[in-house]
Design a protein. Sequence first.
Length: 366
Amino acid sequence: MSQPLKTCILLVNLGTPDAPTAGAVGRYLREFLGDGRVIDIPWLPRKILVNGVIAPIRRFRSAREYKKVWTDEGSPLLLYGEALQRDLQARLSTAESQEAFGGEVVVELAMRYQNPSMDHVMARMEKARYDRICILPLYAQYASATTGSTLEKAFKVLSKWYVIPEVVAVSQYWDFEGYLKGFVEQAAAFDLASYDHILFSYHGLPERQVDKIYEDQKCANHSCEDEINEENRQCYKATCYATSRALADRLGLAEDRYTVCFQSRLDSKWLRPFSDDVIVERGEAGDKKLLVFSPAFVADCLETLIEIGEEYQEVFEEHGGEKVELVPSLNAHPAWVEGLEDLVRQRMGVAARSHGAAVASDEANA
């Protein structure tokens, strides 16, 4: 009789400061922006820019913004991650799941930057001597600065283990039904017809980072706004547009009812159109109500709650608009948790859930 398998699912999100203070935010910014995949310039100028300019200046303003969203329990990003971890663990702890996986399944949560750190969590994983590991970055669209950085860090840590288990690394899943279904179900709380226009706002990237995907170093030459093809299927811009088309199709939105845009830019050479510019244009065109999805974020955070929820509201009002509303991110929505289980099973070659098992798991989590 074969030995039971021990499987670990490692969920990894970007990260959050340990506290809403200038000191904690500064540490977070230095680690995050010091990553060569995030600011992809040579090491010395990056270090001078981050440690000498960006972190010292931005830490005070960012700390004030973090205080607005911080709860008694801590950072929303971390709290939503912990809820997701608990709920996915519950689904993977059923007798049916353990039989399908061939033994115990443990779900771990780490942050790429700050805590719980990947180093700390993966040290615990090494001691547990898992037979199989699934590394699942919580970014649906691949980007070197997010998924690429997370997987690079994971492989670096794994390379130092004496016993390296079987490893499955999930690169992207923007077209996975459970991910899309989660946003569709979140949107059910809104009357889409009552909004003048809808935005799908994604985190921005420097244009050079998507250009690097291609042999000709030029994203603009590859139909990224119109289709997914063999050349652009790993391009962040192309998958953002494809995500929007998939969501629009499921929501019944005509092409002229929505705009794809990119937020959080640092300079003019980032992906366009910029979300705040679109907000201005819609206000000046006479729109009064806008609804915003932010599909690049699977958990609500500063970029959704403050940048969209507050800053874009102010910009819209300044240009004649009245209301900007944000569709909540997936957080720990049941459809998202269920979708993650399905995604893990698919990528690890484990049998899909039976209908009876799915119903039992849903009732257990109700």
